[in-house]
Ligand binder design. Structure first.
Ligand code: FES
Length: 106
């Protein structure tokens, strides 16, 4: 699935994310600055992204653990209503065209 991203440097590009994998994996492998240090365990917050508002409703809802982690990183970086942990977004073909911005370093 094609994902359109805006990097921390403001440069926009499209990357491919394999359906069935976590979005975080594709962002990390594309050297976007997303580290995914905890491997998707919702304990590092390094996979934070801002999802374009009109795509937000098409994503699976946030779990309480994800919301808690976002609240925690909110003490060091701006967390918005569009903030998600990319490790919690399982890619599907339906998400092709997804637009997002990489969050600031945590
Ligand atoms: Fe650590 Fe997502 S990879 S919280």
């Amino acid at each position: 699935a094609r994902v359109h991203i805006k990097g921390r440097d403001g440069i926009e590009l499209d990357i491919d994310a394999l359906p069935g994998t976590a979005l975080m994996d594709a962002l990390r492998d594309a050297n976007t600055g997303v580290e995914g240090t905890c491997g998707g365990m919702m304990s590092c917050g390094t996979c934070h992204v801002y999802v374009q508002a009109d795509w937000l409703v098409r994503l699976p809802a946030k779990s309480q653990d994800e919301a808690d982690m976002l609240e925690a990183i909110g003490e060091i970086v701006p967390v918005k209503p569009t903030s998600r942990l990319s490790c919690q977004i399982a890619m599907t073909e339906e998400l092709s065209g997804l637009h997002l911005e990489i969050g600031p370093p945590t």
